[in-house]
Design a protein around this ligand. Structure first.
Ligand SMILES: *Cc1c(COP(=O)(O)O)cnc(C)c1O
Length: 358
């Protein structure tokens, strides 16, 4: 994908209508229940006594319990279909939400799906996302270890094996810019959607908080900045890596600009992402994340997941307590889903059948 050098970096690049039109020119298969609700959270807001919290319910996007990957798959599956594929090949950990939502999309579209899943912290327990993958008929290959960097090689091998059997596989690459930028357009679209929902309430967001690694924050940040909004996009990163996330996210934004034909760039310095809430490792619950799951559940009946949204909410709670978000500011927490994994983490929640002190 060609990346031009001198792009516009500030100001207003497009109107919401022009941004929507650019998105609508790309191949897309409607899969999600969109727009997702934007819900006020008055009881959570008053429990934290800080900024006013709204939740964008992207855990309600449909497709086998929903999540942020549904928006991404609308564009990825369209690319697979344009390529004439009969099978999509992708991979991640055994409790991957990305793979579970792909299994659902494939089933719905009459495609086959081949998953390569590394053990990860939970291993091959037939619970949560892995159980759902099997329910939806995914062909699952499990590889040992926790290192996701081995995936590109396994995905290519799987695709070669399928080709040899006369199938037409399409690989959703791991850490591949074309896949990432195509997927991220789903979150540019989410910004246009959110902007309209807030406008209908006569409001705007001072900040967006999201559990994000790269694709989701890139789409949100590109959308917010290209529209010239003042909203701060804060990504709470779930996974420590050696790659600099700011550079990577800015790079995906370049890919989005090329796909949409919009002359606008994002600098690494424009990206806000933090590793502060990961704790020991990806996929291991922290005390603050456990507290966030109970807080959201008990104030709003809102279920967070153990790997992403609980850590993101622990970051939001901490930022409110530290005064990084001011009273009276409006913050939108994007609930990126992942809730089926909670059932694979029942023991980590350390809950008995009742709370003696309540
Ligand atoms: C995948 C995932 C994320 C991170 O999304 P990226 O697009 O990789 O940034 C966040 N939350 C949940 C629940 C996810 O499944």
């Amino acid at each position: 994908m060609a990346t031009s050098t001198a792009r516009r970096l500030d100001g207003v690049a497009v109107s919401p209508a022009a941004l929507q039109a650019a998105i609508d020119r790309l191949p897309r298969i409607r899969l999600g229940h969109l727009p997702t609700p934007l819900e006020p959270c008055p009881r959570l807001t008053s429990a934290l006594r800080g900024s006013e919290i709204f939740v964008k319910r992207d855990d309600c996007t449909g497709l086998a319990f929903g999540g942020n990957k549904v928006r991404q798959h609308e564009f990825l599956f369209a690319a697979a279909r344009e390529a004439g594929a009969d099978t999509v090949v992708l991979g991640a950990g055994t409790q991957s939400n990305w793979c579970r939502q792909a299994s659902a999309a494939a089933a719905k579209l009459g495609l086959k799906v081949a998953l390569v899943l590394v053990h990860g912290v939970k291993g091959p327990v037939l619970q949560g996302n892995l159980l759902l993958d099997r329910v939806m008929g995914a062909d699952v290959t499990i590889v040992p270890g926790t290192d996701l960097e081995v995936l590109p090689e396994h995905l290519e091998a799987k695709a070669a094996e399928l080709r040899a059997r006369g199938r037409k596989p399409y690989v959703f690459g791991w850490a591949d810019l074309k896949t990432q930028a195509t997927a991220a357009v789903g979150y540019v679209n989410a910004v246009v959607e959110l902007h309209a929902q807030l406008a209908a309430l006569g409001r705007s967001a001072d900040a967006i908080y999201v559990a994000g690694f790269d694709v989701t924050p890139a789409g949100l940040l590109f959308g917010v900045r290209a529209l010239g909004l003042k909203t701060r996009v804060v990504a709470i990163n779930p996974l420590r890596t050696s790659v600099d996330r700011r550079t990577e996210i800015a790079g995906i934004c370049g890919g989005i600009a090329d796909l949409l034909g919009i002359d606008f760039g994002v600098r690494p310095a424009d990206v806000t992402t933090t590793d502060d809430y990961i704790g020991e490792a990806y996929g291991l619950l922290t005390d603050a994340a456990r507290e966030a799951i109970l807080l959201a559940g008990r104030t709003e009946g809102l279920i967070l997941d153990p790997v992403y949204t609980s850590k993101a909410m622990s970051g939001l709670v901490d930022h409110i307590r530290k005064g990084e978000l001011r009273n009276g500011e409006t913050v939108v927490f994007i609930h990126t889903g992942g809730t089926p994994a909670l059932f694979a983490y029942a023991e980590d929640l350390e809950l008995g059948l009742s709370d003696p002190d309540r």
